[in-house]
Design a binder for this molecule. Structure first.
Ligand code: FAD
Ligand code: NAP
Ligand code: SF4
Length: 675
């Protein structure tokens, strides 16, 4: 008997059956654009082997004007069909099913040729779109149908029509972007003509035994978005037009409400999808922040949807479903929803990967095979760098001992997990603990390792992390001065008025921690919705609360300072930095930049501005918290070098600048894969 009877139940689609209720949602990985179709095939085949019922590819453009970027993958000709066949054949050999997503980006397309229902520029692209005429609309429809026909020829089990997230089809649906007065604009009947025409003509073109998933925006989260009645009306028409499944989308890309970041509660929008259940008779899929089998089962057993879509969790662990089936759910590498190696890479023009699993999208290049010669390996430091090195070395057959002076594994992840909105880090540390228990690694906690303890080994890996940087500010030894470790680790008492020095990732996190009191909104869905101004789309168009965001009052008066004159948080994650900035602004945290730190005394922090150290000012504060960066902890590495013992130095101990868990895990895994 499984713990996940709903998640693992098959789904009969009439002409074919899905083996369980897990769909891998579409992700733009950048793999198709590498031109290495073997690599693309291996990425999907790996996930097919891991048991997911149906996968949706990243968005494939139906033509040049609709492609997300110039050079992005398209499905327009027989030449492309041949490449995609490599993928579909490999997936089918692995026992999986795969649908190709057809993505027409409309005004979100990052190119001068972009088109839209009306010439309304999007806030997330510099290119104003050209308004389509009747002939232009007809061309878009026939290009989309052509892409579906070619997808069938390439061996796909179906297609997904991207009709949500503010892309082309969505742009026709709402008056916010559709100002037309012809038969494609004006009344809702006219505005929804495009998706209905697409699905109707597509079904006629591809026949009955081919999956058509329609991705429907359930809650736009933008001004003048669709009403609930409009969404239901469209869903019914899409069913009539011939769709097999409705996959629900949440929020336009330009929405100013986070929808998938780590601070969003798990399954935060499943209740929205539930509103569609019973309104249509085809299966309905829900998504967003579902990252464990428990959450998936809860969502399905409470009738929120017929299937769940998980995208990033399948980057973190391709064997998600297989491990749940085998009773090893605790061994599923958790997606912590950080976006650091997936969406931040995509938006930075880099190939997608995963912070937790550096093999994601690198399956053919980062191979973890059995070592030719098993060795004795000591790893010092059980932070993410040391943990990933130890587990990878063990997986390859080496005899590994992992040391840490602390009484628990995780290193700085144990500090990060204290921050409200970063609760997922608890699961990451738990996962490492579980994987160590299941491995052959000998774990020695509470053990301060010196160079003399590391003789006679084949390989020594130093992963001793970082120490806080000493900013050398006069008065920093006072009782009113703490480091981020005192605040987050030791939970030292902090006064009502606080100056936080250093506006890097840690300065932001410390400010977030100090602004909060009580339960984190990430663990309290109604509180989170209130904080961000999310409402029921049945009562408010687009799901936006008319009163806007209503955050709870900040627990302290906080000033967050940096020496640079640039915008606060400029170097935070590309897709999440705005959330951190907005969250602190909502709590009235004051951002002060371009300062010199003159001294700290009983009044607080004394600063001046500019090179001439002008306009002295006192930031009155009961407590000053230092978040002024980090330096490598190299005392062990230096001692080993002095004794002539060769060691590999990784993670923060190697380079502290711009260090994060992504780099630490990647470096640890790659080193161990090469030993
Ligand atoms: P560490 O995690 O520092 O681990 C080093 C370990 O070595 C420690 O456990 C230490 O006890 C042990 N050690 C040191 N010397 C010895 C010795 N001689 N003998 C035995 N043991 C020893 N990163 C992200 O990617 N995303 C985030 O959102 C994020 N948020 C963060 C929030 C906060 C508040 C903090 C503090 C950090 C955050 N980070 C984040 C950074 C991330 O945690 C670090 O980059 C990462 O932990 C560094 O990994 P590491 O293995 O090199 O070192
Ligand atoms: P950081 O991002 O490098 O920020 C350090 C801050 O200290 C900067 O704002 C810097 O700004 C200031 N500073 C540097 N040297 C100083 C000095 N000598 N005196 C006074 N101020 C000084 O490092 P961090 O905040 O310590 O974070 C460490 C790493 O953890 C980061 O690289 C980050 O990637 C990771 N992290 C990530 C996240 C995330 O959400 N992704 C969250 C937390 C941490 P000025 O020089 O302008 O003053
Ligand atoms: Fe999840 Fe972060 Fe990995 Fe992206 S990088 S898949 S958000 S854990």
């Amino acid at each position: 008997m499984t713990d996940y009877p709903n998640m693992l139940a098959p789904l009969d689609l009439g002409f074919t059956t899905l083996k369980n209720r897990v769909l891998m949602g579409s992700m733009h990985t950048g793999l198709e654009e590498t031109g290495d179709w073997n690599r693309v095939a291996e990425f999907y085949a790996d996930r097919a082997r891991g048991g997911v019922a149906l996968m949706v590819t990243g968005g494939i453009g139906p033509n040049l004007e609709g492609s997300v970027l110039p050079g992005a993958a398209m499905m327009t000709s027989e030449k492309e069909v041949e490449k995609h066949k490599i993928v579909t054949e490999r997936v089918h050999e692995a026992g999986g099913k795969i649908a190709m997503q057809i993505l027409h980006a409309g005004r979100y397309a990052y190119g001068p040729k972009c088109v839209a229902p009306s010439p309304v520029k999007s806030p997330i692209s510099p290119f104003p779109p050209t308004e389509l005429d009747e002939e232009g609309i007809e061309k878009q429809i026939s290009d989309i149908i052509n892409a579906a026909t070619l997808a069938k020829e390439a061996g796909y089990d179906g297609v997904e029509v991207m009709g949500s997230e503010g892309y082309f089809i969505n742009q026709f649906l709402v008056t916010h972007t559709n100002k037309r007065t012809d038969r494609w604009g004006g009344s809702y009947e006219n505005r929804m003509r495009l998706p209905i025409e697409i699905v109707r003509r597509m079904r006629a073109a591809v026949g009955t035994d081919f999956i058509i998933i329609y991705r429907l925006s359930m809650i736009d989260l933008v001004p003048n978005g669709s009403t609930y009645d409009e969404v239901v009306q469209l869903a019914k028409e899409i069913e009539k037009a011939g769709a097999t499944i409705i996959n629900t989308g949440i929020g336009w890309h330009e929405a100013r409400i986070p929808t998938i970041a780590t601070s969003v509660p798990r399954a935060a929008f499943a209740w929205v999808t539930k509103k569609l259940m019973g309104q249509v008779s085809i299966p309905v899929i829900t998504s967003n922040r579902i990252n464990t089998p428990e959450v998936a089962e809860e969502v399905l057993s409470t009738g929120c949807a017929d299937m769940v879509s998980m995208a990033r969790p399948l980057l973190a662990d391709p064997d998600f479903v297989a491990k749940a089936m085998d009773g090893h759910a605790a061994r599923i590498a958790p997606c912590i929803a950080c976006n650091q190696a997936c969406l931040d890479h995509t938006f930075g023009g880099k190939l997608t990967s995963c912070l937790v699993n550096p093999r994601a999208c690198h399956e053919t290049e980062l191979v973890i095979d059995s070592a030719e010669t098993p060795k004795t390996v000591a790893v010092v430091g059980a932070g993410p760098a040391g943990l990933s090195a130890a587990l990878t070395a063990d997986a390859r057959g080496h005899s590994v001992t992992l040391f840490d002076r602390a009484d628990e594994v995780g290193g700085q992840l144990n500090i990060a997990k204290q921050v409200p909105g970063k609760e997922e880090f608890w699961g990451l540390v738990d996962w490492y603990r579980e994987m160590l228990a299941a491995s052959g690694v000998t774990l020695k906690l509470g053990t301060d390792v010196a160079a003399d303890d590391l003789t006679g080994l084949d390989e020594v890996i130093v992963a001793t992390g970082v120490t806080p940087r000493d900013p050398q500010i006069p008065g920093q030894d006072g009782d009113n001065v703490l480091t981020y470790i005192d605040v987050l680790g030791a939970k030292a008492p902090v006064g009502k008025r606080v100056a936080v020095l250093g506006a890097g990732g840690i300065g932001f996190d410390v400010s977030e921690f100090l602004a909060h009191e009580g339960t984190s909104p990430t663990e309290d869905l109604p509180a989170w919705m209130k904080e961000w101004g999310v409402s029921d789309p049945e009562t408010h168009r687009g799901g936006l609360a008319p009163e806007g965001p209503q955050p709870h009052a900040a627990a302290r008066d906080i000033t967050l300072l940096q020496r640079k004159a640039e915008k606060h948080g400029k170097r935070l994650g590309k897709t999440t930095g705005w959330i951190h900035r907005a969250a602190l602004k909502m709590k009235d945290v004051q951002f002060v930049g371009g300062v010199n730190y003159e001294k700290i005394d009983g009044d607080g922090l004394h600063v001046s501005f500019g090179e001439a150290r002008e306009t002295p000012q006192v930031i009155e504060a009961d407590t000053v918290v230092l978040c002024t960066g980090q330096e490598p902890e190299r005392s062990l590495a230096d001692a080993l070098a002095a004794k002539g013992i060769t060691a590999h130095v990784i993670g923060g101990a190697d380079v502290a600048a711009e260090l994060d868990a992504k780099r630490a895990i990647n470096q640890g895994t790659r080193l161990a894969a090469s030993l």
